[in-house]
Design a binder for this molecule. Structure first.
Ligand SMILES: [Zn+2]
Length: 311
């Protein structure tokens, strides 16, 4: 998996600014369901925390929290280095004492204050919000391979329930994810290049899509040319293999019975073959005097080979 194409795509998705509050809430809901958790701080205050290794995703989460400012939130963004190499970004939003409204608004708990495990249906009523949710899920846990090798797009889900929920949502957008279970996680994935292109279009990754389509078109053209070249090469090889065999037979004949020993009606063709080992049968026929059709040449060539076998 090429991470740089994934991060290119994510960086682009992170820059998309959606004005509608409904979509903002849907996207943030996805970021929280896929990459977030509810923490209890030392002073017993609740904090929504999103952790990601992608700077763009962190900035997006920060902006969404800020934009949905009807919530009384204090948003902090911090960077942590793990193992000195990987950078992690944490976006924390401190909740007010009365936090049920926020959690409900973000589709994390339902009316009865029970936890929502899938996608809260009221978050994704309209198509615009479904797209936003899918984008959030990809920003949180998605990856896509550069279309040079095999085609693959996936979103790792923390639970099977959530995977099925997102699968259903995506079906409504014409994207048909499949689910595979991997290390107790459910992974939504696409293998079909057409579907991957559609998915990128729906999420709004237009520049990444352009690159994807360019490489895809180039790849299909290259395949076409390759097929043609392979076909021509195969024909050429067939001609050459036959010719090598014929030259061997003719040389053995000359060794054993000398040129004069080769029957007269075969002699001209035998000598022409020695002189032009890479000529096709048609070309040999044209060089003969009088000229001979391809089938006529083939017939005489078979006779030469039979003569070689007999000796
Ligand atoms: Zn919307």
């Amino acid at each position: 998996m090429n991470t740089s194409f994934s991060s290119e795509t994510k960086n682009e998705l992170a820059r998309i600014v959606i004005g509608d509050k409904c979509c903002q809430a849907a996207e943030l809901s996805a970021l929280l369901r896929f990459n977030g958790r509810l923490e209890l701080t030392r002073n017993k205050r609740k904090t929504l925390c999103i952790t990601t290794d992608n700077a763009g995703t962190a900035r997006k989460a920060f902006k969404l929290f800020k934009s949905l400012s009807e919530f009384p939130l204090t948003v902090i963004m911090e960077t942590k280095k793990r193992f000195n190499t990987n950078r992690f970004y944490m976006v924390r939003a401190q909740l007010d004492i009365e936090n049920a409204a926020v959690l409900k608004k973000l589709g994390l708990i339902d009316q009865e204050k029970g936890l929502v495990f899938g996608v809260a249906p009221e978050m994704v009523k309209s198509r615009c919000c479904k797209r936003a949710y899918l984008r959030g899920a990809f920003l949180a846990r998605g990856s896509v391979s550069r279309p040079g090798g095999s085609y693959h797009l996936e979103i790792t889900c923390p639970s099977y329930e959530l995977a099925e929920s997102v699968q259903k949502l995506s079906d409504g957008l014409g994207i048909n994810f499949r689910i595979i279970e991997r290390k107790s996680r459910a992974v939504l994935y696409l293998k079909d290049s057409e579907q991957i292109a559609d998915c990128m279009r729906i999420m709004g990754a237009n520049y990444a899509l352009l690159e994807f389509e360019n490489i895809r078109a180039f790849k299909s053209m290259k395949n076409q040319v390759n097929r043609q070249v392979n076909c021509e090469t195969a024909n050429l090889e067939k001609t050459l293999n036959a010719s090598i065999r014929q030259v061997e037979v003719i040389q053995q004949l000359i060794d054993k019975i000398a040129v004069q020993g080769i029957p007269e009606q075969l002699r001209e063709l035998a000598l022409l073959r020695l002189d032009y080992p890479d000529a096709t049968l048609r070309e040999l026929g044209e060089m003969m005097n009088p000229s001979l059709s391809k089938s006529g040449v083939a017939y005489r060539m078979r006779k030469i080979e039979k003569l070689g076998e007999r000796l």
